[in-house]
Design a protein around this ligand. Structure first.
Ligand SMILES: Nc1ncnc2c1ncn2[C@@H]1O[C@H](COP(=O)(O)OP(=O)(O)OP(=O)(O)O)[C@@H](O)[C@H]1O
Length: 226
């Protein structure tokens, strides 16, 4: 799906967080890197309409994130830094079903899709587990499942390997690599982006590089050293 920024900027209380930016994202795997506070999350939130552009516009699959807000948001799945915060119901399968109920699907269809997505991510055995009991890795998989079950075209993950051990990092890395959906990943875990198609580097609220993973990381290291 094409995500298009046309001179889009963002500001909070009159302070610019992201300077005007124009680009088109259509690759399957896109990474976003940069120092703390450089504008990465703001950029991602512009894509799902959680942040409205202060100027310019953002479209996803041709839908304007302001004018076509609801339809546009349905195309974009967002997994927050702490995925437990986005779980609404206490039991995993119920939480996944909740997203489908609110879309008015029949009960059988909801059960079928919930089971299918749990199987897809190898977490069928966790269906009846309480969400707050899940480990970090299980939690991240559960969040991916509960977002993808609603059928977005693009998945945005905000620091998906944060606080995960090496094994779970590997698991999440392989899970992201295998997704048929387009994925945009904000991360400080640079090796995660090795095989990505494109990496955007933000610095001081501006796009500082838009290039290959290796080149983006090289420029990032230069920026971080000064
Ligand atoms: N809701 C908000 N209200 C006020 N200021 C905000 C808000 N969201 C972001 N900012 C500010 O915008 C700037 C960019 O923040 P952003 O969260 O996009 O950075 P980031 O690169 O994702 O950082 P990190 O790596 O620490 O998560 C920061 O100065 C931040 O304080």
């Amino acid at each position: 799906m094409d995500i298009v920024f046309s001179d889009a900027s963002a500001s909070f209380a009159g302070q610019t967080a992201l300077h005007p930016l124009s680009l088109r994202l259509s690759e399957r795997r896109i990474g976003i890197i940069g120092l703390n506070g450089s504008g990465k999350t703001t950029f991602a939130r512009l894509i799902n309409g959680l942040v409205r552009p202060a100027s310019g516009r953002v479209t996803v699959g041709g839908l304007d994130t302001v004018k076509d807000e609801e339809a546009a948001r349905g195309r974009v799945g967002f997994i927050f830094q702490n995925p437990q915060h986005q779980m609404i119901l206490p039991v995993l399968a119920e939480d996944i079903a909740f997203g489908l109920k609110s879309r008015g699907l029949a009960r059988d269809e909801i059960s079928r899709r919930t089971e299918a997505v749990l199987e897809r991510f190898g977490i069928g055995h966790l269906a009846t587990r309480r969400v707050h009991e899940l480990s970090g890795g299980e939690n991240q998989l559960a969040a991916i499942a509960s977002v993808l079950v609603t059928g977005p075209d693009v998945l945005i993950l905000d620091e998906p390997t944060n606080q995960l051990d090496l094994r779970n990092r590997g698991l999440i890395e392989r899970t992201i690599a295998a997704l048929p959906e387009q994925a945009i990943v904000i991360t400080h875990d640079l090796p995660l982006l090795d095989r990505f198609d494109r990496v955007l580097l933000f610095h001081l609220g501006r796009l500082a590089a838009d290039t290959t993973p290796a080149e983006a990381v090289r420029i990032y290291r230069e920026i971080a050293a000064c």
